[in-house]
Design a binder for this molecule. Structure first.
Ligand code: DHB
Length: 391
């Protein structure tokens, strides 16, 4: 088959890109190796920057970001027995929305399928060809083993951290800039009412914990653990003991734990984001550690830049924006890398931390919490810097 833009990956990045292209009259085909049910049920992040919420409202009249999602005007930074609320509107005039990624995906899939998008589930990409040619090709197979060849004018890898498309851009699937961390997050979903009106990011002597939410009856919580931890090992009672000990001053509402997982921590930026007529967006291009919830938001910021560039290239033949796509995307990517690394370093306890390290870290948390400049810095990064197209 032929299309103008082949998009690999029906996550938030791929689906939003297909919508922005359709708005400009550009056809695309989106393929994903997963089924629709898998995409809609995978538990991922929960926080949307103001930019992201605004974009969802602009492209989707039926988005539930304001009905199922909730505006959050702040977070609490907790360290030991001290706590400081970071009030976003008064500091930066922006907010964030708590709206789980799988709900975002339900909205986007309904939007795109409702508008006739060619969207194929259960299609695995076997290989891609021709970044340098005018017509890149995707070779894929569906669940029954039938081969599919998609020829396009441009190919986009929105296919996540294990991207297959990345190889056609970077030369190798692994080339890039990496950082590992000596910890991971143990995450749970539990059936209980919220324990706090806003999210709590807590640095305790025993390590980090994050008290997040999903809905009035389901909560999401995380605690720092060893990267080799086994999600099945601790009993529910042990999990609650760990969480309760890490948020002194708050009594968590406990309830049945309905899901548990261990999330890996990694910072990564691919060596290249574009070669010829192939480009990467989202986790295919970069990974951030989860602290600060930048992942999905950063993916969507890439897509906004790429959509502008593809409109210019494919509607008017102007190559300037696609030529500068990588440089412009990397500006935000490295800011988000820094923010995610900084939130992570400020809040987690490294296994080999000395007394000096711990006291210095407490000094850092006090500096941020007690200064309006410090709180503003955090609020700017957390609610999201304005998108390039805003200015
Ligand atoms: C969630 C995850 C994050 O990494 C974060 O910083 C805030 C919230 C969440 O899954 O709810």
């Amino acid at each position: 088959v032929r299309t103008r833009v082949a998009i690999v990956g029906a996550g938030p990045a791929g689906l939003i890109l297909s919508q922005l292209l359709a708005d400009a009259g550009i056809d695309s085909i989106v393929v994903d190796s997963r089924s629709r049910e898998q995409i809609e049920s995978t538990i991922r992040a929960g926080i949307l920057e103001q930019n992201t919420a605004d974009l969802l409202r602009a492209i989707d009249p039926d988005t539930r970001v304001d009905t199922v999602g909730h505006r959050h005007d702040g977070i609490e930074l907790r360290f030991g027995d001290e706590g400081q609320r970071i009030d976003f509107p008064s500091l930066v005039g922006r907010s964030v929305w708590l709206y789980p990624q799988h709900e975002v995906l339900k909205d986007l899939l309904a939007l795109r399928l409702g508008r006739g998008q060619d969207l194929r589930f259960g299609v695995t990409v076997d290989g891609v060809e021709g970044g340098e040619s005018e017509h890149p090709v995707v070779f894929a197979s569906d669940a029954r083993g039938e081969h599919l060849r998609i020829e396009a004018e441009f190919l986009v890898g929105a296919d996540g951290s294990r991207s297959v498309v990345r190889g056609a851009v970077s030369g190798s699937r692994a080339d890039g800039y990496f950082r590992e961390y000596p910890f991971a997050w143990f995450g749970i979903l539990c059936e209980a009412p919220p324990s706090s009106e806003e999210l709590i990011y807590s640095n305790s002597g025993q390590g980090f914990a994050l008290i997040s939410q999903r809905s009035p009856t389901v909560q999401r919580m995380y605690y720092q653990c060893d990267p080799s931890a086994d999600a099945a090992a601790p009993s529910d009672a042990e999990i609650w003991d760990t969480l309760q000990a890490r948020v002194p001053g708050t009594t968590l509402n406990e309830g049945p734990i309905i899901q548990r997982d261990v999330l890996r921590f990694r910072s990564f930026v691919a060596q290249e984001l574009r070669r010829g007529r192939v480009a990467l967006v989202g986790d295919a291009a970069h990974t951030v550690p989860p602290t600060g919830a930048k992942g999905m938001n950063l993916a969507i910021a890439d897509v906004v830049l790429l959509a502008d560039a593809l409109r210019a290239l494919l509607v008017t033949g102007d190559e300037r924006l696609i030529d500068s796509y990588a440089e412009r995307a990397l500006d935000r990517i490295w800011k988000a890398q820094h923010f995610s690394w900084w939130m992570t370093s400020m809040l987690h306890v490294t296994p080999d931390a000395s007394d000096f390290d711990r006291r210095r870290q407490r000094g850092e948390l006090r500096t941020v919490a007690s200064s309006e400049a410090g709180r503003t810095y955090l609020a700017e990064g957390y609610t999201g810097w304005p998108l390039a197209t805003d200015s």
